[in-house]
Design a protein around this ligand. Structure first.
Ligand code: FDA
Length: 305
């Protein structure tokens, strides 16, 4: 119920206005977001890489509504990739891209063209791109664009969401050699017709999908903070003899940093997903929806204004 309300608020511009102008919001945002500027992203990335983590950088923004906005997002990624290469932060750092930020909702071809330009720039910089997955109405379009991009850029990563009923089948399709697949639970509000609704069913689906990917020929990227799923990932890595160059764990910036360090210490590849930019609202609301304790932290901060 609470999750549903918060995810509905994530789509409300009035709520966004309220949250964005609350004086104490900055501290909460800072916990999950590197900062507003490209420099902030580079600073945080440098520190994480020094700690032995790999990084994926996400320029925050979604649901772009004009071609000009979409082009500006593309240009930010091109600039970011140049700076990462110049700073010696590739290949440890890749980028994550939301197709809706590149114009997918109003012009799929434009989103593809921009994503391809980012893939070319990533090749030049010596690194890779992963396409984030958004709500289920975009899944087919995103996977179509992924397959087209992979014709010239086979390392382009996919994201699959365990809460969708279709995902086991998508995992089978995408478990082939060289295929990079990030498996997450899924962060959007989805109807029963397409998605499992209970946490238990989502977790069970995650394990089935994890088994398909870890026993396949691709490169699984297990994106979760869930201790039970991480333990199952470690178990399957031993079972299928996957060393640190054959799969990775992924977690979000600001969430369970001590567990990220523990896994690095145990010899695993761990990639931290680092968002940056000024359009943090939708991202922050999804993080709050995941965990009531975050909401209490947030409410306390608002009450102190
Ligand atoms: P779950 O939510 O059950 O959390 C398990 C435990 O982790 C909690 O008990 C808590 O200890 C900790 N935890 C989890 N979330 C927390 C939070 N917000 N704050 C504090 N602690 C928290 N989704 C999507 O739809 N499309 C995408 O492209 C991506 N991409 C992506 C990349 C990466 C690297 C990650 C880690 C996640 C995503 N996600 C995503 C988000 C994902 O779908 C999911 O919403 C979150 O990862 C939370 O699910 P968990 O698997 O962590 O389990």
């Amino acid at each position: 119920m609470l999750r549903t309300v918060i995810l509905a608020a994530a789509r409300s511009s009035r709520c966004e206005q309220f949250v964005a102008t609350a004086p104490y919001t900055r501290d909460i945002v800072r916990r999950f977001v590197a900062g507003a500027r490209t420099d902030d992203a580079l600073r945080v990335t440098r520190a994480l890489v020094q700690d032995g983590l790999a990084v994926t950088l996400d320029n925050l923004g979604e649901d772009t509504v004009t071609p000009e906005q979409a082009t500006a997002v593309r240009d930010e990624y091109l600039n970011l990739l140049e700076l990462l290469a110049a700073a010696g932060l590739t290949p440890a750092t890749e980028v994550s891209v939301k197709l809706s930020a590149l114009g997918q909702t109003f012009d799929e071809q434009l989103a593809y063209d921009h994503a391809r330009a980012i893939c070319v720039a990533a090749d030049t910089a010596g690194t890779m791109v992963t396409l984030d997955m958004e709500d289920h109405t975009t899944t087919d379009s995103t996977l179509d664009i992924l397959l087209k991009l992979r014709e010239d850029h086979p390392s382009t990563g996919a994201v699959l969401q365990a809460y969708l009923r279709r995902t086991e089948s998508d995992c089978r399709q995408l478990a082939g050699a060289g295929s990079r697949v990030r498996l997450c639970k899924g962060a959007y509000r989805e109807p029963e017709s397409v998605a499992y609704q209970s946490a238990h069913d989502v977790d069970r689906s995650y394990v089935r999908c994890l088994n398909i990917l870890m026993s396949g020929a691709g490169y699984p990227m297990l994106a979760t903070h869930d201790p039970r799923l991480i333990a199952i990932g470690e178990d399957r890595a031993r079972w299928f003899d996957r060393g640190p160059d054959r799969f990775e764990f992924q977690m979000l910036y600001g969430i369970r940093p001590e567990e990220q360090a523990r896994l690095v210490g145990d010899g695993y590849t761990v990639r931290t997903y680092v968002p940056y930019g000024d359009q943090w609202y939708g991202y922050l609301m999804r993080r709050l929806a995941e965990r009531p304790a975050n909401l209490a932290f947030f409410a306390r901060a608002l009450m102190h204004q």
